[in-house]
Design a binder for this molecule. Structure first.
Ligand code: NAP
Ligand code: ZN
Ligand code: ZN
Length: 347
């Protein structure tokens, strides 16, 4: 076994603290890389606090990993020592179901293996994420990362990036479309960058006016303060698509009224509590309420390559790992500009 160190939560009530654990030896198809940076996703916080239920402890969170390959197994073809690589939310899947065969491993019918808060194929060894110094992953779930971009700012692309890129591609959002992005946090700011890059008119819908200037810098064309009734009413029936990244309970009904006929409200934010929807808000203008989960491995590589080509990275605040608990507190107050990234060298 390989000795590893990281930060873990021992229970849903405990803060993250240093913890030593073990990784599997590098198998014939495995890549081992030293983690250099790891992004901090709001999903880490939901799972550490067991807000979605079923959390496995001790938990080493982190599913936005980038680093440098140090060792590869004898059958590994794609990578060699020294390569820059990344890993997102998944480290394996069944590979045989229809979804896996289509490159939609996130929808694996037999359950994919999540980077942390999951179990390996033996169904009993827990997986541990990227708030740690090293990891061993099957080469097919390792992504290639460009040498051209700021590596720390690439890390969030592995979840926040693909989670917003994928639905915008699926619904073919682009020129001629009006896109609303609800919530300007880690996911939201990437949605603004991709939406603008794909040619859509992007409006940020934010709970306060605090992030207005930033929104325009990120590429947004309009800004709506959702707590301002007048501003909210002004965009009734306005959008073709809304990408909803809000992490806490909110009323989907009011946002549905902002869609045109045939408009689609896409949920990527995953508030723990269920919501009530009035059927009339869907019926009246043939609107749809949809959802989207990260993206498959081929599309994640496509997104990383697109970002390298178009010089797209995340806006980050680099933190020491000892400050992770404070970062969580700030994330809960919507005070992230716009993704915390842990400098793993501080571990
Ligand atoms: P984040 O950085 O904390 O951003 C969430 C944003 O939502 C906040 O910055 C805030 O934006 C807004 N918000 C928060 N609480 C709100 C409230 N009570 N009412 C209205 N707006 C509120 O979080 P994130 O990392 O982007 O993640 C967002 C959500 O997506 C989380 O639930 C996460 O678990 C989920 N997620 C889903 C997937 C997927 O595959 N579907 C992948 C990753 C993450 P403003 O300040 O602009 O209002
Ligand atoms: Zn995430
Ligand atoms: Zn599968």
């Amino acid at each position: 076994m390989i000795k590893a160190k990281g930060y873990a939560a021992q229970s849903a009530k405990s803060n993250l603290a240093p913890w030593n654990f073990q990784r599997r030896e590098v198998g014939p198809h495995d890549v081992q890389f030293d983690i250099l940076f790891c992004g901090v996703c709001h999903s880490d916080l939901h799972q550490v606090k067991d807000e979605w239920g079923g959390s496995i402890f001790p938990m080493v969170p982190g599913h936005e990993l980038v680093g440098k390959v140090i060792k590869v197994g004898e059958h590994v073809k794609k990578y060699k020592a020294g390569d820059l690589v990344g890993v997102g939310c998944m480290v394996d899947s069944c590979r045989t179901c229809d979804n896996c065969k289509e490159g939609l491993e996130q929808f694996c019918s037999n359950g994919n293996i999540m980077t942390y808060n999951g179990y390996e194929k033996d169904k009993k060894t827990p997986t541990y994420g990227g708030y740690s110094n090293t990891i061993v992953v099957n080469e097919d779930f390792v992504l290639r990362v460009s040498e051209k971009l700021n590596l720390a700012a690439v890390a969030p692309l592995l979840c926040a990036g693909i989670t917003t890129y994928s639905p915008l591609r699926h619904w073919k959002v682009g020129k001629g479309h009006k896109l609303g992005v609800v919530g300007l946090g880690g996911l939201g700011h990437m949605a603004v960058k991709f939406g603008a890059s794909f040619g859509a008119e992007v409006t940020v819908l934010s709970s306060s006016a605090k992030k207005k200037e930033d929104a325009f810098k990120l590429g947004a064309h309009k800004f709506v303060v959702t707590s301002d009734e007048e501003q909210f009413k002004n965009v009734t029936g306005y959008f073709d698509f809304i990408l909803d990244t809000v992490s806490a309970k909110h009323d989907y009904n009011s946002y549905l009224t902002l869609l045109k006929a045939n408009g689609v409200h896409i949920c990527v934010g995953a508030p723990p509590a269920p919501a009530e929807i009035s059927a009339f808000n869907l019926i009246m203008q043939r609107r749809s309420l949809a959802g989207s989960l990260i993206g498959g491995i081929p599309e994640t590589q496509e997104m990383l390559d697109y970002c390298a080509e178009h010089n797209i990275v995340s806006e980050i605040e680099l933190i020491d790992i000892k400050d992770i608990n404070t970062a969580y507190e700030r994330m809960l107050k919507s005070d992230v500009r716009y993704r915390f990234v842990i400098d793993i060298a501080t571990l």
